[in-house]
Design a protein around this ligand. Structure first.
Ligand code: PRP
Ligand code: URA
Length: 215
């Protein structure tokens, strides 16, 4: 039976440029260099969507002709938190958009046999409770890694968590949404299912290996 989830809590970034780039990302012939730059570009598009409601305040600006009232983002309150390793590939594209963002790290790997997540490193910026947290990882498969990272962030006091992934399996989406009723999820695609090794089908393979050229 196919897995269903609350679609109203998931934003699928379906812009034509995103879908075009995703098709190249999925291609097994796409080499590390290109893969890395596509992950960076797609992260920017996703962050653009995920920050559409950041709070603005008025600011007076003198143009060469006159003074006008413009808008600027209130405070400097965004934290980017990549799940290591593959999430690291998404950081630079988001920093291009939000240069003042602070960066935390959550180290997590999936046991190849059990597919259970194991945490090995955690370091967050100060004031995480007041920040909009962009939690990033290209792949959402079983949801174990993302769920564990969300739990860690909640325990650290994070209130506003937006998870940005590129390819998500329905099983993982359901697990994450059931675990945390408030997290917002952004993805470029919802794929068909997981295979017997908990890899996403059709997916794009092992994101960490493809970003870092390991394997
Ligand atoms: C991959 C991916 C996610 C996780 C997704 O990381 O980047 O973190 O698997 O799978 P899940 O939803 O079933 O938890 P991996 O554990 O391979 O580590 P890596 O980033 O170091 O390659
Ligand atoms: N991790 C990946 O990198 N790819 C998958 O398909 C599943 C987990």
């Amino acid at each position: 039976m196919s897995v269903t989830f609350d679609e109203s809590r998931v934003v699928v970034v379906d812009h034509p440029l995103v879908q075009h780039k995703l098709s190249i990302l999925r291609n097994k012939s796409t080499e590390t260099n290109k893969f890395r730059s596509l992950v960076r570009e797609l992260s920017m598009f996703e962050a653009y969507e995920a920050t559409h409601d950041l709070e603005l305040e008025d600011v007076e600006v003198e143009t060469p002709l006159e003074t006008c009232t413009c808008k600027r983002i209130v405070g400097k309150k965004v934290a980017i938190v990549p799940i290591l390793r593959a999430g690291l590939g998404m950081v630079d594209g988001i920093i291009d958009l939000v240069p003042s963002a602070r960066i935390g790290h959550v180290g997590m790997y999936r046991d190849p046999e059990t597919h259970e997540p194991h945490s090995y490193y955690c370091k967050l910026p100060a004031g995480i409770e007041d920040r909009t947290v962009l939690l990033v990882d290209p792949m959402l498969a079983t949801g174990g890694s993302l769920t564990a990272a969300i739990q860690f962030l909640r325990e650290a006091g994070a209130k506003d968590i937006r998870a940005l992934v590129m390819v998500a399996a329905p099983e993982g989406i359901k697990t994450v949404l059931d675990f945390d009723p408030d997290v917002r999820l952004y993805t470029c695609a919802v794929d068909r299912e997981l295979n017997e090794n908990a890899y996403i089908l059709p997916g794009l393979g092992d994101a960490g290996d493809r970003i870092f050229g390991t394997r």
